[in-house]
Design a protein around this ligand. Structure first.
Ligand SMILES: [Zn+2]
Length: 73
């Protein structure tokens, strides 16, 4: 699955949203066609996903920064 910038201009697929889609979500046949959505809806999805799934990568850069700071002191 991948999210890419849309090549063709189409309307956002989200219900009630009339923006022009900027991104498409390709599932390679899992759903009938690519899901197209705008920047606003991408943000909304990201926030919704963030509520149930915390990105694992988030904690490591902070730890790394702390370690680097100690070394510099
Ligand atoms: Zn939208």
């Amino acid at each position: 699955m991948e999210i890419s910038k849309t090549k063709v201009k189409s309307k956002c697929d989200f219900y009630g949203c009339n923006n022009i889609a900027q991104y498409s979500f390709s599932t390679k046949g899992i759903i009938k066609r690519d899901l197209c959505f705008c920047e606003e809806c991408l943000q909304g999805m990201y926030q919704a996903i963030g509520k149930i799934k915390t990105p694992k990568g988030m904690s490591s850069p902070f730890k790394l920064n702390k370690r680097m700071r100690k070394e510099n002191d």
